[in-house]
Write a protein that binds this ligand. Structure first.
Ligand code: PXG
Length: 465
């Protein structure tokens, strides 16, 4: 395959990138000095860089390219819509066909009575909508003091002021004056790191009951909603014990707290059902969606809202919306994405074929010396790295050091995994084939072997005391 087509030499691209492009979640100085890898095109599960290297993308971009790269149907849907109606808004007594059709489609796909959609351009915006919507909802019901939203430490709900406040990322809260008022964080259901001597089941219940304790402490009359990702994604693919979500649901029902399931990663087939809420038996009042909704081919997200919440909101003039809410091109791309997912039975493929194959090989990763646990639901999975499996020890060195060493070795071996602290995670395209899976594990196993040797050589295989 011809490596470099129609673009400047890699060094020149990297020089311009370092000079003018500020990367998200990066220290741009060191990155610029090293040079970012330039990705030029992609097909299936493989990216190609400017040097012609083929990289297996086990992260679906940023957990979003669910149908895989290079689907011409989506490009054609975008082109058709751009020619027909490239933009119009739905603010002032108008609407358009792609927004109507996509809202209708989402109402069909979403579980229960989640039948109404407020569109945004991504997950952060949608969660900002949710903050304002749940508070406005309670105000309309005559309970203006119900403002507090309870979330979890190490949750990720976006990067805007509101959504990052909902998130529980300490490093994000440390910058820019977060969190906004009336957001409360309880502990996460991360048994491996925090479960101590409890069984996972006991721990799941204990962590869920922190919600009840928080409600009682804050006062039932002050709590508007609880928000959680069915599986924490950016927090390290933390799959909660089975006892966790049923108890959260019971508590939300008992105290009349709205439950927001952030399905930005878990939605659209990732867990082997259309939504993570179905996998865990959650009955949300609102679901946040983005990413897999369009498989990342166009920026679109939204809040899918229950009949009850929508009925209350229907009588309020909600002073909220984004220029690109329900953008017609993005909506047309999302519709085509969902059509292909259905026509090609991609959710069944995850559940019946891809996830079982990946699971078998993923669980075997614990045969590597420093892989403690290997957990997986559908096509999202993580491993915990440890210097001592029996005690679930942390490394003596700063958290993320060993994870970073492993990730860099994966990158050098042309497989993209993400490290979150000392966990490594994958969320590959849902369409990956048995051959892709074999190749992915050749690269992952090779990388883990090399990483174990490197960690030892650097003297990092030491447990924290
Ligand atoms: N909710 C969840 C659960 C997410 O994972 C968002 C909301 C925000 O969506 P937008 O579209 O505004 O980015 C996300 C995004 C990472 C990483 O490094 C994860 C996300 C975004 C960027 C990086 O794992 N998730």
């Amino acid at each position: 395959m011809s490596a470099i087509t129609n673009h400047m030499p890699t060094e020149e691209l990297q020089r311009l990138d370092a000079a003018h492009h500020m990367h998200p979640f990066s220290a741009n100085g060191p990155l610029g000095r090293k040079g970012a890898r330039v990705i030029t095109r992609a097909k299936g599960v493989y990216l190609t860089d400017s040097e012609g290297e083929q990289i297996l993308d086990a992260m679906s971009g940023l957990w979003c390219v669910n149908i895989g790269y290079g689907r011409d149907e989506l490009a054609e849907a975008a082109a058709r819509q751009m020619k027909e109606l490239p933009y119009y808004n739905t603010f002032f007594q108008t609407t358009h066909v792609p927004a109507i059709a996509l809202a209708d489609k989402l109402a069909q796909l979403a579980p229960g009575d989640l039948n109404h959609v407020f569109f945004a351009a991504g997950g952060s915006e949608a969660n900002d909508t949710n903050i304002r919507m749940v508070r406005t909802y309670w105000e309309a019901k005559g309970k203006p003091d119900k403002k507090v939203i309870i979330s979890r430490k190490n949750a990720y709900h976006g990067s805007s002021m509101g959504s990052a406040s909902l998130g529980g990322m300490a490093a994000m809260h440390a910058q820019g004056g977060l969190p906004i008022p009336d957001v409360h964080h309880i502990n996460q259901p991360n048994w491996w790191a925090e479960g101590g001597d409890m069984t996972p089941e006991e721990f799941g219940l204990a962590r869920a009951r922190e919600l009840e304790e928080a409600i009682l402490e804050l006062g039932e009359d002050r709590v508007a909603a609880f928000i959680g990702e069915p599986i924490q994604g950016a927090g390290g693919v933390i799959i909660p014990p089975e006892t966790y979500w049923p108890e959260i649901q019971r508590i939300c029902d008992k105290y009349e707290i709205l439950l927001i399931a952030d399905e930005v990663i878990c939605g659209f087939g990732r867990t082997g059902n259309w939504f993570g809420s179905e996998t865990f038996g959650i009955r949300p009042d609102i679901m946040t969606v983005a990413k897999g909704l369009s498989s990342g081919y166009a920026p679109i997200g939204g809040s899918i809202v229950s009949d009850e919440v929508a009925a209350v909101m229907a009588e309020v003039e909600f002073s909220h919306g984004y220029t690109y809410s329900g953008h017609p091109v993005a909506a047309a791309v999302a519709l085509e994405n969902l059509r292909l997912m259905e026509e090609e039975h991609m959710v069944d493929h995850v559940r019946d074929t891809a996830a079982p194959l990946v699971k078998e090989k993923w669980k075997k990763l614990t045969e590597h010396e420093m892989v403690g646990e290997a957990v997986i639901t559908g096509l999202m999975a993580s491993i915990a790295l440890t210097p001592d499996k029996a005690s679930r020890a942390k490394f003596a060195t700063a958290p993320g050091t060993v994870g970073g060493v492993c990730r860099d070795i994966c990158f050098a071996n042309n497989v993209i995994m993400r490290h979150v602290g000392d966990r490594l995670v994958i969320a590959p395209p849902l369409t990956l084939t048995p051959a892709d899976i074999d190749e992915m594990f050749v690269r992952i196993n090779r990388s883990l072997e090399q990483a174990t040797a490197a960690v030892k050589e650097k003297g990092l295989m030491q447990a924290a005391s």
